[in-house]
Design a protein around this ligand. Structure first.
Ligand code: TPP
Ligand code: MG
Length: 433
């Protein structure tokens, strides 16, 4: 090797040549999928440690899988949150609404009404159920796939659609990529496209809450691929050092666009096991089991509220659809994966549970799905009156220079004048300036 120090060749002659391991997903397009290597423990078999316990005593939790809903569709074991049927129906309703919303917005993108959308199909429980286990004023720092939180918190759908269409009703004035919402009133931190930045922010917010003597905790959601970012590890360090009242939710949906979870370390250990190196409490949870998701988030919230420390939760799930409307997963993964996924579908499993306990039926489900679809359709029409992509009904062009600096610096004032002049020449007396 050219960069080898002189004189070292003789010494190294008998040593074996080194090589690297480059991860490769098990299945590619056209392959027959067999997920039998995934260990799925029986529901109800995992113990529920005390919420204030020493993380060292719950090491095994990072390698197991908390599951409540069994093959018989009944709830089992110590993690059963024992929610009443009304609450379960509400949970199902939020998940059904999230799915209906995703369907409509995906179609809207295909119809050219927006430039971009991201579905969370198959992952609804990880946001809806987890969010239900928090208080409405706990601060959440989500990634771009937790629209279920806003729906659960009652954020108006029209505000979401206005943002997706970047129209004149968009409270963020078209300054964010579609789906990167923000709502102070709903304690929902502005979504950032820069992966994992929300994790140290959540920890910092939680530390500030404790420093101020407040009682609100913080929770963040981050994709498994994004845990490879340095920010995530800084977040874990600060969280453990200062015992911050925070929950770090890692959504392991197996894929990071076209990179499989192996590139973030999944071949070596679990994502929940990241907790161990930091001395954090770590839980690994069936992310398609809405009751397990609720129970785990509630456990971590109680722990944080009791000042007993932060928790890292891995939600083991599957991204059933493409990464975004800009993605075509048929180019890199087997189409069979979705149907072969051993943990099923979260909406179907919760529905089947409600039916199994005599609190629901297929007709009511059909009605719920239909009503959700109709409601989203109606609100979409209302939002469309505020404008869609390319119809010019966006915030005035000149406003893009506003709101960043209290007083616009001279160079931006100059740029703004020039840009507005160019626009007047291009569209004389035309588009809103
Ligand atoms: C710092 C940074 N690096 C790369 C990207 C490009 N990017 C956007 S989404 C994504 C995949 C993230 O995957 P994961 O964290 O698993 O979340 P998921 O999309 O599966 O929910 C990548 C690489 C980015 N937005 N920011
Ligand atoms: Mg992912």
């Amino acid at each position: 090797m050219a960069d080898r120090p002189q004189g070292s060749a003789a010494q190294g002659d008998n040593r074996p040549t080194l090589s690297l391991h480059v991860p490769e997903p098990k299945f590619r397009p056209g392959d027959t999928v067999d997920f039998s290597h995934i260990d799925v423990p029986e529901a109800g078999n995992t113990p529920r440690p005390d919420e204030t316990c020493d993380p060292a005593t719950m090491r095994d939790m990072a390698f197991g899988l908390v599951r409540v809903l069994g093959d018989d569709n009944k709830a089992h074991g110590p993690w059963d949150p024992k929610l009443d049927p009304d609450t379960l129906r509400k949970m199902l309703g939020h998940m059904a609404m999230t799915r209906a919303f995703d369907e409509r917005m995906f179609r809207g993108q295909r119809q050219g009404k927006t430039s971009f959308y991201m579905k969370c199909t198959g992952e609804e429980a990880t946001s809806v159920s987890a969010s239900m286990a928090l208080a409405g004023d706990d601060m959440v720092f989500p990634s771009y796939r937790q629209q279920g939180i806003l729906i659960q918190r009652g954020y108006p759908l029209i505000e979401m659609i206005n943002q997706i269409y970047s129209n004149k009703g968009d409270k963020l004035k078209g300054r964010q990529l579609p789906i990167m919402y923000s709502s102070r009133e709903h304690s929902f931190f502005t979504i950032s496209g820069n992966l994992a930045t929300q994790t140290p922010q959540a920890v910092g917010w939680a530390m500030a809450s404790a420093m101020k003597g407040d009682s609100r905790i913080a929770a963040t959601w981050v994709g498994e691929g994004s845990t490879a970012e340095g920010d995530f590890h800084s977040a874990c360090t600060f969280a453990t050092v200062y015992n911050a009242p925070v929950i770090l939710n890692v959504i392991n949906n197996q894929w990071a666009i076209s990179s499989f979870s192996g590139f973030a370390g999944a071949e070596r250990t679990t994502f929940a096991a990241r907790a161990l190196g930091y001395g954090l409490a770590g839980l690994r949870v069936d992310g398609n089991d809405a009751l397990a998701c609720y129970a785990a988030e509630q456990w971590a919230a109680n722990r944080a509220r009791a000042n007993a420390g932060p928790t890292l939760i891995e939600f083991f799930t599957y991204r059933a659809e493409g990464h975004s409307t800009s993605d075509d997963p048929s180019g890199y993964r087997s189409a069979q994966e979705r149907n072969e996924w051993p943990l099923g579908d979260p909406v179907t499993r919760l529905k089947d549970h409600l039916i199994a306990i005599g609190e629901w039926d297929e007709d009511r489900q059909e009605k719920m799905d239909l009503e959700a679809a109709e409601h989203v359709k109606k609100v979409t029409k209302e939002a469309e009156a505020n404008g869609i992509l390319g119809h010019g009904l966006h915030h005035p062009f000149r406003t893009m220079f506003e709101d960043v600096f209290e007083e616009l610096p001279w160079h931006l004032r100059e740029q703004s004048r020039q840009a507005i002049r160019e626009r007047e020449i291009k569209f004389p007396g035309g588009l809103d300036q």
